[in-house]
Design a protein. Structure first.
Length: 300
């Protein structure tokens, strides 16, 4: 028995000695991989943060990002206090004053990015008839995503001599048809990066494309949440056989503090457009009252 016990101990010690270097190597490899992943994530966040600076200083003079809320910038490392201070620098229309006019108030983190123009008409007038597209989900809407955005922003060059360029158009080798209404906006040192990174035109394009990808992903996550709410309310409505219940279900979800401001706006638009299956007076009245309730300003 003593011999057997000694043999067992010897076998365990031998296996441990044999496997220990491999286990240590595996742990070191995992730690190295985790470090590389964290480093990549930090680099991506830093690029997106620089890209936000490019958007703010250059792109936002013409382009809107109406589906992006200031609170979404928390994904880039902004603190609550920073978001409050940042959003407060903008004014948004709120309720009516005594003269029945919308009064302006400082924006809150839950508000959407303030657009540079009050309407599409005003945007066209200010840009020689061209409409600067909203950039909320541009990285998902264009073929090629961020790679195309980088190619577009760095694709300005002299047009072939035999090709006439119309007034207020510019030659861009990456743009379909090559005639674009937006002039070249990014040049070396167009911005002075707060983190000290050298601001070449290519670096600026890469960074703003990174930020627009971040914004598009934020947009998708919010839309997905809205779709889930709609689906769950449709199930409730089908079970109860009542469109009014559907409106009420949406209202309850919109009032939920965990529902993002973007989803609130999307559902409010749905109600206002009366996208309902049973167009009866009772349902319309219910949805209108729901819309009025949703439009009431909330306290933070």
């Amino acid at each position: 028995m003593k011999y057997s016990h000694n043999m067992t101990s010897l076998i365990i010690i031998t296996i441990t000695i044999f496997l220990l270097p491999q286990i240590t190597h595996a742990e070191n490899s995992n730690n190295k991989n985790m470090t590389q992943i964290q480093s990549t994530q930090q680099q991506a966040r830093a690029s997106s943060l620089r890209g936000y600076q490019v958007f703010q200083e250059i792109c936002s003079n013409c382009h809107s990002m109406k589906h992006m809320t200031y609170s979404a910038l928390s994904g880039l490392g902004f603190s609550d206090d920073q978001l409050i201070n940042l959003s407060a620098g903008y004014k948004v229309a709120d309720g009516l004053n005594e003269q029945c006019e919308h009064y302006m108030r400082p924006a809150r983190p839950t508000d959407h990015f303030v657009s540079p123009f009050p309407s599409a008409c005003a945007a066209r007038l200010a840009n020689n008839g061209s409409y600067p597209p909203d950039l909320s989900d541009i990285a998902l809407r264009v073929r090629g995503g961020s790679e195309y955005i980088i190619a577009l922003l760095t694709g300005y060059t002299n047009a072939p001599k035999q090709l006439p360029i119309p007034n207020n158009k510019y030659y861009n080798k990456a743009f379909p048809g090559h005639m674009i209404g937006m002039p070249q906006m990014l040049f070396d040192n167009s911005v002075t990066y707060e983190d000290g990174t050298k601001a070449t035109a290519l670096r600026e394009a890469i960074d703003v494309a990174s930020f627009l990808t971040f914004a598009s992903n934020s947009y998708v996550s919010q839309v997905s949440h809205g779709d889930q709410i709609m689906a769950s309310c449709l199930i409730t409505a089908s079970e109860e056989h009542s469109t009014v219940d559907f409106c009420q279900c949406i209202t309850m979800r919109v009032s939920d503090s965990t529902t993002s401001e973007f989803v609130r706006e999307e559902l409010k638009e749905w109600l206002e457009n009366k996208k309902i299956s049973n167009d009866t007076k009772a349902v319309i009245g219910q949805c209108r009252s729901v819309s009025r309730a949703i439009q009431q300003p909330r306290t933070r």
